[in-house]
Ligand binder design. Structure first.
Ligand code: MG
Length: 447
């Protein structure tokens, strides 16, 4: 049995870890914490198991005396937006994002549409392990309202982009939603922006390619972009908080690029400000912040950490580069794939450049990712990694794992939270320097 209750969410394989009994209890405890008469938004992605989990989550909340606004199948960003927009006290997202189809998961949202802080998730886990399901008496049961909020969401989103400039450009776009919740939103958004849209893998609940939108999984999209002479290709994961880009030449771009283009554009438009990314995001973001006169903050990996830091400092823009997730706080406090797509089109239209021209103007870095089996306890490995940094005279940052950096190269070494593995990420503007540093880190990790 695998139920993984982490500070960033609760997930497992359906029927073997996560099921209706487990999620009903979690929803019930979450609802009791919010209190009788509270309002919670519930939504889900297109996984078949989501239908059952939705019934159980709603049952758990109603039994806690909480009212439910059920928005049905919807992208994660739409659910996060809805919590803030309809002044709810919380939200529950039923989605395993980019995990394989047999997985499902819950993410919990607090007031204002932010994912619960990892410390609050930890407290909830303790209650889950100690407490039983408890129902209010029959005359205190909550009420459920089922609504489609897609129209309101699109209307609000369109306030944050220049519809006229984009429409005038008359873009041709290919969109791959991989059977996910994006199918209900992004095609209509692109049509409102005057685009001609071809969709791929758009039957909800039918997952054709691997779930994660990466260069090696988006070859079909790449071919269709080239064959149809499209200006750009967009790909979401199942809950559409991510956006990966394909150029008009069919090149699938690394996911950092989506956030880099958007951040650069927003900071330029606002004449500076502040930017929050996680410690695994490219050095490109430091260059962009410097160029635009903005202050940069880095957090541990995880949308909740980034969003809470953004709220704390009142950030202009932010997100998680490593998964193409853009957060624009003026709209709402979560990573938003449809918003990112609209903003990328606005950048192309207002700068009058193709997507490959825009990318060629970004700073260039070589990034290498590697995973190694974890051979000993993290504390002892961490000490040896810190001494490696000290020997090389590097800057040492312990925000999340160990991040070692100097002017030529940086690397982040973290233990995986779900598997007995060590994840390594190294980056440099010189590939051989990145490779050489990776070999040094490997030597420490392998012993
Ligand atoms: Mg996702």
């Amino acid at each position: 049995m695998t139920l993984i209750f982490t500070p960033l969410g609760i997930r497992g394989i359906f029927g073997d870890g996560i099921d209706s009994v487990v999620v009903e209890k979690i929803a019930n405890i979450f609802g009791r914490e919010l209190g009788k008469g509270s309002l919670v938004v519930v939504g889900r992605d297109t996984r078949p198991s989501g239908y059952i989990l939705d019934k159980a989550v709603v049952s758990g909340l109603l039994s806690a005396g909480v009212n439910v606004l059920n928005i049905g199948i919807a992208p994660t960003p739409t659910i996060e937006w809805a919590v803030e927009r309809y002044d709810a006290d919380g939200g529950i997202i039923i989605s395993a994002s980019h995990n394989p189809p047999e997985w499902n998961a819950l993410k919990l949202i607090g007031r204002g549409g932010l994912l619960l802080h990892p410390d609050d998730m930890e407290r909830l886990r303790e209650r889950f392990e100690k407490e039983e399901f408890r129902s209010v008496p029959w005359n205190d049961i909550g009420m459920e309202e089922v609504v489609d909020v897609t129209g309101d969401y699109l209307e609000d989103l369109l306030n944050f982009v220049n519809i006229e400039v984009i429409s005038e450009a008359g873009f041709k776009v290919v969109l791959d939603v991989n059977g996910g919740a994006g199918a209900y939103v992004t095609p209509y958004l692109l049509q409102s922006l005057g685009c001609r849209v071809n969709t791929l893998n758009s039957s909800p609940g039918i997952f054709v390619r691997e779930m994660e939108p990466r260069p090696d999984t988006l070859q079909d999209l790449s071919k269709v972009v080239v064959a149809t002479g499209a200006d750009v290709g967009f790909a979401h994961d199942t809950d559409a908080d991510r956006l990966t880009l394909v150029t008009e030449k069919g090149e699938v771009l690394s996911e950092d690029i989506t956030l880099a283009l958007v951040v650069d554009y927003i900071l330029e438009k606002r004449g500076g400000g502040s930017l929050v990314v996680n410690v695994a995001s490219s050095k490109m973001f430091d260059d962009i912040a410097r160029k635009r006169g903005a202050k940069i903050y880095r957090t541990p990996v995880g949308e909740a950490y980034v969003a809470h830091k953004m709220r704390e400092i009142g950030a202009t823009v932010g997100g998680e580069g490593s998964c193409g997730g853009v957060i624009l706080p003026d709209f709402h406090m979560g990573r938003d794939g449809p918003l990112a797509a609209a903003l990328v089109l606005e950048i192309m239209a207002s700068r009058g450049k193709s997507i490959s021209e825009l990318v060629s103007e970004l700073p260039k870095y070589h990034t290498i990712r590697a995973n190694f089996p974890r051979k000993r306890d993290w504390d002892s490995l961490k000490r040896d990694l810190i001494s490696l940094g000290e020997r090389r005279g590097m800057e040492i940052d312990l925000t999340d794992g160990v991040r070692l950096s100097d002017l030529e190269v940086w690397g982040l070494i973290r233990p995986s939270k779900t598997e007995p593995k060590i994840r390594i990420l190294v980056e440099s503007d010189d590939r051989s320097k990145a490779e050489e540093f990776l070999r040094e880190v490997e030597k420490v990790v392998a012993t």
